[in-house]
Structure formats: structure tokens, C-alpha cells
Design a protein around this ligand. Structure first.
Ligand code: IMP
Length: 427
């Protein structure tokens, strides 16, 4: 059975933990979109320090799983090498179990610089990016003539000349647009590429061929989405989105595998909502409730450390994400964070200028102005982090899950009650 795990909110839903869990019965785990802007924290048991992964598929913690960084990823080789080094110091050796697509695009220093300069120049209109160079890297992919792919690391002479031309152009652009007076040196960037080629070259291959081979041999493939559906470039809350197709629709473009290769689409949500960076967030609670959730749920960005904006569960946007992604079932994370709240609210509808909205609005301006309609459920006080079975949960916690399941019309198959692998209840 091939499964695709995808976030249904604005990222950080806890996909890493679910992928880690499901990777036990997967032969191949594939990351298909985004880059080092993502942050997956995974913990093998509750006493262990977490692993913060940005690029490596979460399956990397299991030795026998083949991990693939597919073509849809914006590959920051520096971050990848740091991650590999960190794993090694903690006793996890990565070698033949990691493959990188030659078609993946490389994030270069000038992408990060462009991201930063662009955000600084936008003032209040900024996107609130992670400054990881993601947008500029994907822009160069679309531009084609200024793109660098992983396979380019396998032909260094050609890459040297290519970089010379690209860097010259970038320097001119930075000087003209941002009055930048610190030009980048292509020789320096080339030296970095040489080191990346040495370390990563043996892992670079045609992962499309690899995946089709695995599929035809009946191997079990797990596709790991990054970020969430509402940050998808085409289907998210544009322009406050990332620059790749972070919903389930990114799977085919990002891997070269048809959607029909997937037997089950599993959507991951938190028991509430969060978002980092700018953009509309109808059910946001910029008050003591949001603050309570932030503190209790440790809602600070894995990649940037920024405090996450927090709010109630929004079934309007999750229902939309379910539709866009063809989601079959749901994993609900962080239910334990809700304990201690007197009431738990669920956003069940929007009103715009007094009128009921019947589909998730495409315009950020409309979404900024909608008013949420809420249903209120009783809260619970108990600590549920040690629960081993759904039936052990306090009645209001069960009712909350069952009500969400009813509204979303999809089975909530997993319920997360803590960070550790074993703190996931299967229903
Ligand atoms: P970028 O992907 O760095 O360009 O950032 C664009 C938007 O996506 C910003 O609002 C970021 O905060 C958000 N974003 C990017 N990656 C993640 C993630 O992994 N989790 C949550 N938000 C993210």
C-alpha cells in the first residue's frame, strides 16, 4: 500500500511524527516538495531529544528504509550536510539509504540573499518567509536559464561557467534593485558546489526511475508532503504561501509518479490551528487563548524559532484541503495541548459582509475579513499524554474528535497525545 501524508493547515501539523510511525511499514519514503523552510520534529520516544529534520525524509531514522529527496524539492545542500552530520553524531549513519534526484533544484547563497533583500524591501507587505531562499530558487526553476539542478554537480566544468554567468547577473540585479554593494563571488560559490559534489554526488540519481522500479516491484512507498495545503502555491492563501505545491497535488510533479500510484491520502491536522508568517488566519486567537495554546503546544517555528500564531480548529479550511487533496482519512495531532481549556471552539462556517460563505475563498483580502461561526464544546482538564487507547480519553476529548470527524466526513484514524512515537492512538 502506497500512502501520501500531507498537511491540511498551514504546516507544522506534526506530519513528521506520522511519517516516522508509518515508515515502519514502508520500504521507501519520499520527500516531494519544499526545502529547508520545512521543519519536521521527530522523537523516537518521549525521553529522547527530538530530531529536527528540514530536508531529510522522516523515515531516515529507520536504517532499512530507502529515503528519497525527489525532484520537487528545493535542495539546500549545506543544510542537508549539517543534518547528516548531526544524525551521525547521534549514532545514525546514512549511506546507501538516501537518494537525491538529479532534477532537484539547488538553493544557492544568492537565493537566500534575494529572499532577504526582497522581504526587507517589502516592509509591511512582506510575506514573512523563512529567508531560506525558497521563493528565489523556485523562481529560477521557472526561469530555466538561471537554474542549477543537483545533476549539475556531476559536471563541475560546465557548472563553473554556468555559475559565473548567473552570479554576474544576480549581482547586477541586487545592485540595481536593492542598492546592494556586496557582490557575491562565483569562485566562492563554485568551491561550495565542489564540496557538495564530493559529499552528495554518489547519492544523486534518477529518482523517477527508482520510484517506478520500486512501484513495479510492489514495494511500499510513503510520500511525505512538506508544509501544508494552505501554503500551496496554487491552492493556498496566495500570496501568503510558499513557492511549491505543498498540497497533495504536488506529488506527481514533485516525483514523476502518477497520483494513481497512491492508495491512500492521509491528511494531518492539529487539534487547533497555527500559522507562521503573514497572511489571513480567520480563526486566529490573538489573545490569552492563543497564548495558552502557544505555550502548552510549544508553538515556535522549528526552522526560524518564530512564535506561531494560534487559533481554533477551522473546519472550513480543512474541508477545502480535504477536497483539494482527495484526502481519505485524518491524523489529528496535539490533542493533549487542548487540556486545561474551559471550552473548545470549532469554526464551522464563515460570513463575509454578513452573508454565509459556501466555499473557502480564493482571495486573501476576502479571507482577512470573514467572520467565523463557532460551535463550542466542553473542555477537559485531565493530562492525556499517557493514554494508550482512545476509549481512555475523557468524554469531552472524545466528543471533540468525534464532532470534527462528523463535520469533516472523514475518519480520524490517528489521535496524537504527545510527541513520542508511542503517543499516537490508532482508532
Ligand atoms: P517560504 O517558504 O520561506 O518562502 O515562506 C513562505 C511562507 O510559508 C511563510 O509564511 C512561512 O512562514 C511559511 N512556511 C514555510 N515553510 C513552513 C513550514 O514548514 N511550516 C510553517 N510555515 C512555513
Amino acid at each position: 500500500m502506497n500512502i501520501c501524508v500531507v498537511g491540511l493547515q498551514w504546516g507544522d501539523e506534526g506530519k513528521g511524527k506520522i511519517v516516522d510511525l508509518l515508515s515502519e511499514s514502508a520500504d521507501v519514503v519520499v520527500r516531494y516538495s519544499g526545502g529547508a523552510n520545512a521543519g519536521h520534529t521527530v522523537q523516537r520516544d518521549s525521553r529522547e531529544k527530538t530530531f529536527a529534520l528540514h530536508l531529510l525524509p522522516s523515515g531516515i531514522l529507520r536504517e532499512k528504509t530507502m529515503c528519497v529527496i525527489a525532484n520537487g524539492v528545493a535542495l539546500d545542500s549545506e543544510v542537508l550536510l549539517e543534518e547528516l552530520a548531526e544524525l551521525e553524531t547521534r549514532g545514525i549513519k546514512v549511506g546507501d539509504n538516501l537518494r537525491i534526484s538529479g532534477r532537484a533544484h539547488l538553493v544557492m547563497d544568492y537565493h537566500k540573499k534575494q529572499d532577504r533583500l526582497s522581504e526587507e524591501s517589502l516592509g509591511k507587505a512582506k510575506i514573512g518567509t523563512t529567508i531560506r531562499g525558497i521563493g528565489p530558487c523556485y523562481s529560477d526553476k521557472a526561469m530555466r536559464s538561471t537554474a542549477v539542478r543537483a545533476a549539475d554537480l556531476l559536471d563541475l566544468d560546465r557548472l563553473k561557467e554556468k555559475l559565473r554567468v548567473i552570479v554576474e547577473g544576480k549581482n547586477k540585479m541586487f545592485a540595481a534593485l536593492y542598492q546592494d554593494s556586496e557582490p557575491l563571488k562565483s569562485e566562492y560559490l563554485f568551491e561550495k558546489c565542489r564540496l557538495w559534489a564530493e559529499a552528495l554526488g554518489p547519492m544523486i540519481t534518477d529518482t523517477t526511475a527508482l520510484l517506478h522500479g520500486a512501484w513495479s516491484q510492489g514495494k511500499r512507498i510513503l510520500f511525505e508532503g512538506a508544509q501544508g495545503t494552505l501554503l500551496d502555491l496554487d491552492h493556498g492563501t496566495f500570496p501568503y504561501v510558499t513557492s511549491s505545491n505543498s498540497s497533495a497535488v504536488g506529488l506527481s510533479a514533485g516525483t514523476g509518479m502518477p497520483a494513481k500510484a497512491v492508495d491512500r491520502f492521509l491528511g494531518v491536522v492539529k487539534a487547533y490551528s497555527t500559522r507562521v508568517g503573514a497572511g489571513p488566519f480567520p480563526s486566529e486567537q490573538d489573545n490569552e487563548i492563543g497564548e495558552y495554546i502557544r505555550k502548552k503546544g510549544h508553538e515556535y517555528g522549528t526552522t526560524t524559532g518564530r512564535p506561531r500564531r494560534c487559533g481554533w480548529f477551522d473546519t472550513v479550511c480543512v474541508d477545502y484541503s480535504i477536497k483539494v487533496g482527495g484526502i481519505d482519512e485524518i491524523a489529528l495531532q496535539h490533542l493533549d495541548t487542548m487540556s486545561g481549556l474551559k471550552e473548545m471552539k470549532i469554526c464551522t462556517g464563515y460570513r463575509y459582509k454578513g452573508k454565509k460563505v459556501d466555499f473557502f475563498p480564493a482571495e486573501a483580502e476576502v479571507l482577512q475579513q470573514v467572520e467565523c461561526e463557532y460551535e463550542s464544546l466542553d473542555g477537559f482538564e485531565e493530562d492525556i499524554t499517557q493514554a494508550m487507547d482512545f476509549a481512555e480519553l475523557p468524554a469531552p476529548a472524545r466528543k471533540y474528535v468525534e464532532r470534527l470527524e462528523e463535520i469533516l466526513a472523514r475518519p480520524i484514524r490517528y489521535v496524537g497525545v504527545g510527541r513520542g512515537r508511542q503517543q499516537t492512538l490508532t482508532r
